[in-house]
Ligand binder design. Structure first.
Ligand SMILES: [Cu+2]
Length: 199
């Protein structure tokens, strides 16, 4: 029996499972008026999901919202500051491209190329190392540390009607895949041992 072929097969299986673990990160938050600083007292709600792909250097922004008292004037991510405080905009200004404006409810799904300066607020790049790469690293570090928030500004609440402090989403299915991959490798290693022993 060809041991190398078995190990090679197992490695391919594992490498197939790894990217989801190592090269993608998700961050989520509910969007609420009570999360604004100070609280907006808006009855509106929504949710936001951010997916960073480290291979493609992209950021996918998925949002839905409804019940706004004002109409949308801008939406973007602010970074990086402690919860309960305010900080400047990190992402594209004044608003994410294609974000539904002038409405009280809507959905949004767009993937940004984070290797482009246009995906950031110019001031954020200037204040974070002056390069797109340093800005990207700082934005991700801010997301990882729970120091970035999605903010939705409206005609009634110009400082923000609903906000979501983004926090990392654990990906149990990714770990399950990795564990399955390791299990297969162990199985192959055992089989190899047995087959080697029997000549
Ligand atoms: Cu803002």
């Amino acid at each position: 029996m060809n041991i190398n072929r078995l190990v090679f097969g197992a490695l391919i299986f594992i490498s197939g499972a790894l990217p989801a673990v190592a090269h993608e990160a998700k961050y989520a938050a509910p969007l609420l008026g009570s999360s604004e600083v100070p609280a907006s007292l808006s009855p509106a709600s929504g949710s936001v999901l951010i997916t960073i792909d480290f291979d493609l250097v992209t950021m996918r922004v998925e949002t839905n919202f409804s019940g706004l008292l004002g109409t949308v004037t801008a939406a973007h991510i602010h970074c990086c500051t402690d919860p309960g405080t305010n900080v400047g905009v990190a992402t594209q200004t004044p608003s994410f491209t294609g974000f539904p404006l002038g409405v009280t409810a809507g959905t949004y799904d767009h993937t940004f190329d984070m290797a482009l300066a246009s995906s950031y607020n110019a001031a954020f790049i200037t204040n974070h190392g002056g390069l797109v790469s340093t800005a990207f690293n700082d934005l991700v570090a801010g997301l990882d540390a729970g120091k970035a928030y999605f903010n939705l500004h409206t005609s009634v609440f110009t400082g923000g009607e609903i906000r979501g402090l983004l926090s990392p989403v654990p990906e149990p299915e990714s770990y399950a895949l990795l564990l399955a991959g390791l299990g297969v490798l162990t199985l192959f290693a055992r089989r190899n041992k047995r087959e080697t022993a029997h000549g």
